[in-house]
Design a protein around this ligand. Sequence first.
Ligand code: KG4
Ligand code: ZN
Length: 350
Amino acid sequence: MLVLGIESSCDETAAAVLEEAAGETQPRVLSSVISTQIPLHRMYGGVIPELASRNHSVNLPVVLREALDKAGKQVQDIDAVASTAGPGLVAALLVGNTAAKALALAAGKPFVAINHLEGHMLSPFITRPGGLVPHLGLVVSGGHTLFIDVQDVCRYSLLGRSRDDAAGEAFDKVAKMLDLPYPGGPEIDRRADRGDPARFKFPRPMMHEPHLDFSFSGLKTAVLYTLPKLVASGNPHDLPEQTLCDLCAGVRQAIIDVLIHKAMKALKRSRHRILAVSGGVSCNSALRRQLAEACDRARVELVLPPNSLTTDNAAMIAYAGLLRARAGMFSPLETPVDPNLKLAGVPTRA
Ligand code: KG4
Ligand code: ZN
């Protein structure tokens, strides 16, 4: 089966072609093309929705052509077209979604509407030999931090979520406070590698509470109160480079400690022996390393997507589409986009 995936929920325009040979459980990513708008939105310190949708309209035809050419396929060869239906920016979602529906209609092939978070959540299994199995999913993206019990495709139940900021959002907001470029996660990650994580002991909210929810909003407040103690001006540009790196390392470690501690708790609670971690934050180098160590100690299988499939991409949308198509779960062309599309009963937001 050959699936074309399209993603345009935020600031990446992406298209991918996945192929699964008959009788196999692992697909081949024939192409995964991503055109990022990050440099454009960086000028404004965050994503400007109107600019995002305008640029998706310009970029998508080029990205689509490239994805098909790289895969060596024509639209007629495709068996199903999958696209993100939400959550995300409504006008951005509409660009990819409308294109996907038009292609499906023109080629007479089925359409599959995919939840962006479902795409992230299943993405670690694209490259796992043996494919999707029941597991504990931890999605850590810019908008969401969720624990999901995954039994099979479309059999998801929510175990925990952030009550305020998502982990990626905490990285982005702290970075903004330090006047580092958008998006903040990679900027903090890079500096944290040169910093001392023990110099600043930031709070680890809800880490020891019995439930599986998170709270990351206190982290930005802690950094806000720490800054004027380090430089009278409160201006992050007056910080010595080493202090900035130490702050970044402290923030990164606080987030990692909470994620790993809670993941171990959620594994025990759910009785799963497989942990899959996905979303933009899952490309954090220290998180990946420390997760691997914790899972090794707990004798748990850790499944991570390759770095190239952690942030927004269309291979994850094509993969979720492939799993749904395999199970005969297609979507009518009337399926609307939904900026707050729910996953496992979780109200989500852009
Ligand atoms: O999954 P994603 O591309 O978009 C959403 O669906 O939200 O995630 C983007 C998030 C941003 O908050 C970004 O700062 C974060 O992922 N991120 C990172 C790293 N790379 C991206 N966070 C920590 N360390 C990184 N290396
Ligand atoms: Zn995403």
